[in-house]
Design a protein around this ligand. Structure first.
Ligand code: ATP
Ligand code: MG
Length: 185
């Protein structure tokens, strides 16, 4: 199954950002990500063989236990090469990176392919099919500063590729499991 590790912002934080995103023009050729699925990816595992999932879970549980809870906030916006529009992350991003490194290492130790790109914390809001000028969106979201929250868990998320095209048939992302961070009570 297709899996990734993520931090899931709480509903209030998603709602705050949602209010701002609602005010943006829809834009041609942009695919907006589903609000219930908004997440900060820590590590992407791709297709994980069924027999590897238990070991991955164990390693993620340990990674979470070793990491203290920390505070984050969503703030501002940016883009990846005119192809992805995202909301930025503010606060204890060094701790977020540490958690991402640990989540990535958990996958690597299970024999899953690692990520070579530098970790750039972001929450993807929209993707463009072809390179698009996203600066108006980035500018519009520049002043966005969400409420801080404490990250208390590491989530393992299942990514369901759209199959039938029947809307609402299956959630795009499903939280498969979650582990409390070591400092979380
Ligand atoms: P779609 O692929 O249909 O555009 P998606 O990218 O949101 O949707 P997935 O491809 O399953 O769905 O990815 C799940 C999450 O992992 C997303 O946040 C995605 O940006 C991230 N991701 C996907 N591939 C990688 C990768 N190779 N490296 C890092 N993160 C990735
Ligand atoms: Mg993808």
């Amino acid at each position: 199954m297709r899996l990734f590790a993520a931090v899931l912002p709480p509903a209030e934080v998603v709602d705050e950002l949602g209010v701002r995103v609602d005010r943006l023009p829809p834009g041609e050729g942009l695919r907006w990500t589903g609000r219930p699925g908004w997440h900060l990816t820590l590590a992407f595992y791709g297709d994980v063989p069924e027999e590897t999932v238990p070991e991955l879970r164990e390693r993620l549980a340990r990674a979470a236990a070793r990491t203290e809870a920390f505070e984050l906030a969503l703030r501002g916006s940016g883009q990846f090469g005119g192809r992805a529009l995202w909301a930025g992350v503010h606060g204890r991003t060094a701790e977020l990176k540490l958690l991402a490194d640990r989540a990535e290492a958990a996958g690597r130790k299970c024999g899953l392919p690692g990520e070579h790109r530098r970790y750039r914390p972001h929450l993807t809001l929209a993707r463009a099919r072809t390179a698009t000028d996203l600066t108006p969106y980035v500018t519009a979201l520049d002043t966005f500063a969400g409420s801080p929250w404490t990250v208390t868990e590491l989530a393992l998320v299942r990514s369901n590729l759209p199959v039938s095209g029947v809307p609402g048939e299956r959630p795009r992302y499903e939280k498969a499991d979650a582990w409390a961070l070591g400092g979380a009570r």
